[in-house]
Design a protein around this ligand. Sequence first.
Ligand code: ARG
Length: 413
Amino acid sequence: MGYKGKVVLAYSGGLDTSVAILWLKEQGYDVVTMTADVGQAVDLAATKEKALKTGACNAYVMDLREEFVENFVWPSLKANAMYQGTYPLNSALSRPLISKYLAWVAEVEGAVAVAHGCTGKGQDQVRIEVCTNALNPDLACIAPVRDWQFTREAEIDFAAEHGIEVSLTKQSPYSIDENMWGRSIECGVLEDPWNEPPSDAFKLTVDPWKAPDEMETIEITFEKGIPVALNGKTMGGIELILALNKVAGAHGVGRIDMIEDRLVGFKSREVYECPAAITLLQAHKALETLTLSKDLLTTKKELETKYAELAYVGYWFSPLKEALDVFFDHTQKCVSGIVRVRLFKGQAVVVGMKSASSIYKHNLATYSEGDAFDHKAAVGFIKIWGLPIKTWRQAHPVENVPSSPNLKVVGEE
Ligand code: ARG
């Protein structure tokens, strides 16, 4: 096969992307690998070495943790982004970032294509290709795993024949994707929704029922929608997320088990563990209820759903997402304060909060001394508030009869 030029492969170091190096070479490409450090717990130096040993002509390992937090995680936290109200998008958020650096390395290396190890059944293929082409429409996208005809067994044989280390003991029975914002677990026994996720599926969280019998209360300080301190200690984003993963994970917080509607049309069973994400989302949402007006909260909620969908379907670089970021940023100007969260047996519960920009007014809410609410004004307010209903029902009365013929009036025979 003739020489086709350079391709930049998103490389995890796992079986699929290692075999992909050889496969792409067989197709006539020189392979440059790009491994993004987004806080997944793997040996990145070993990953680089493995790429080169397997046949890559160059191997980039890039520490993208800071950019991941600042430009992907925090914007989605400001948007309380949860796909279908449940999935904090931990995997989805990393894909546009990976795409950005695939396109960047392609530029530096003069590559003609990018490649990734996604299958044809998920969202990741869509995200990486849509995002890469949003940044550079000239790059071709190759998905070896989607295109090749290998069965799992044939793939393992192929790897062994070509001297790729396949440690079957290290092979997980699941498909895992991990970064700082969480861990996604799919496949294997999880494919039957009747099966409870086995404990070996989890790494960042303990079983809630095995979590400590003592609760732990933490304080998270937010500034303009972003967490800046944990228990009064100022921290950078990476440090804070890692610390929260530990403390909340130790209490079994952040396990998610859902049936997810995939972009590609079918439902799948997805398990996640996202201790820091779930804790921060809870705390952030609570602080917004203290600091944002009712109509802003209502409209923001609708746009949050939209934002999560855009992130899920690979539209990170869309103009709508860009405009929503501006809106969310504006809303966060006064989302500052401290939230107290209790961690206990799998739950993160907000038990207290305060903010200099709180619009909760004690003198309006109190039923005790110091009540400043104008009780008399309620009379006229209700008259006018109820006027449209009263008017309508004068013309169209509600049939007001007991709904059960057996209804008995207590005390009457
Ligand atoms: N279902 C999730 C998503 O689409 C998780 C994907 C995880 N990726 C993986 N290769 N296991 O965002």
